[in-house]
Design a protein around this ligand. Structure first.
Ligand code: KG4
Ligand code: ZN
Length: 327
């Protein structure tokens, strides 16, 4: 069964064809990132206009590269939430039109759960081991930071989420304070490796007894530190970047491992743009090994917004008769 996936929730316009919920036949992404960079964050009006500009050619290319034709597409999966309304509308309208014209089912897909599903899809000849369910899922992206218990692909139980900034959002805001450009995550990840001393720390908000997160206090602590010390002779951006990064990733990693232990899960799947962070990967590797937990990440390209995860997860939504033609 071939599903065409369409993803337009933010500043990426993406389309992909995935076979049987698992094998990626094509995966095309166009991004308007550079049009937002000078503003230090995504401008919704620019994002939706760019979606309109890109959508037709991106879908055409995804079909062409998959080696299929529209006739061989069995369903159209599209991100319906969460996301920027204007951007979402472009993908949903396009998906509805194709579904109507081909008389094929329209499948609505939740973007956050799809980020976790990115761990269960692979290119054609990739034989890497896939995670086993049940699992704990950590989604960390520019808009979300959530922990789920995943019993099967239709039973996701939310264990906790951020009470303020998403992890990626905190990375982006701190990068802005330090004038490192947008998106901030990759810049902080790189700069943190140049740390020269380990005296500086920004303690995380622990929110003890809950799987919720809070990052805005840490971000504000960075802002005050920067304002107070930026003219000191020993002011060092790499030390700040690493201290901030350690604060965010340590709490993400600790709560994820706690969630695995409390729910007796030996599998942890991580998804979203911040899953690309090298320090988070290292920390999770260390903590998980101690508790005999297997940690999985999608390849970097599939950590970011893409439509292969939408098509893959859409296959399960369709087969479990959830979210069909509901929009
Ligand atoms: O999943 P994604 O592409 O889009 C959303 O659904 O939000 O995630 C984008 C976010 C941005 O905030 C970006 O700064 C962050 O992921 N990010 C990173 C890294 N690469 C991307 N954060 C920390 N370390 C990275 N290496
Ligand atoms: Zn995303």
């Amino acid at each position: 069964m071939n599903i065409l996936g369409i993803e337009t929730s933010c500043d990426e316009t993406a389309a992909a064809v995935v076979k049987n919920g698992h094998t990626i036949l094509s995966n095309i992404v166009a991004s308007s990132l550079k049009d937002h960079a000078k503003y230090g964050g995504v401008i919704p009006e620019i994002a939706s206009r760019k979606q309109l500009e890109f959508i037709h050619s991106v879908i055409d290319e995804a079909i062409m590269c998959s080696g299929q034709t529209l006739k061989n597409i069995d369903g159209i999966a599209v991100t319906t939430a969460p996301g920027l309304l204007g951007s979402l509308l472009v993908g949903i309208s396009y998906a509805k039109a194709i579904s109507f014209a081909l008389d094929k089912p329209l499948i609505e897909v939740d973007h956050i759960k799809a980020h976790l599903y990115a761990n269960f899809i692979r290119p054609k000849n990739d034989t890497a081991k896939l995670p086993l369910l049940p699992a704990i899922g950590l989604v960390v992206s520019g808009g979300h930071s959530s922990l789920y218990h995943i019993k099967d692909f239709t039973r996701f139980k939310l264990l906790g989420q951020t009470r303020d900034d998403a992890a990626g959002e905190a990375f982006d805001k701190v990068a802005r304070i330090l004038d490192l450009g947008y998106p901030g995550g990759p810049a902080i990840d790189r700069l943190a490796k140049e740390r020269s001393n380990h005296r500086l720390t920004f303690p995380p908000s622990r929110l003890t007894g809950s799987f919720d997160f809070s990052f805005s206090g840490t971000k504000t602590a960075v802002l005050y530190h920067h304002r107070q010390h930026q003219h000191d002779p020993d002011y060092n951006q790499a030390n700040i970047a690493d201290a901030f990064q350690q604060s965010v990733i340590s709490i993400l990693a600790e709560k994820s491992i706690d969630a695995c232990m409390q729910n007796r899960c030996s599998t942890l799947v991580v998804g979203g743009g911040v899953a690309a962070n090298s320090a988070l990967r290292q920390k999770l590797k260390e903590l998980a090994a101690r508790q005999h937990i297997n940690v999985y990440y999608p390849p970097i390209k599939l950590c970011m917004d893409n439509a292969a995860m939408i098509a893959g997860y859409g296959y399960h939504c369709y087969n479990d008769k959830e979210g069909i033609n509901g929009i």
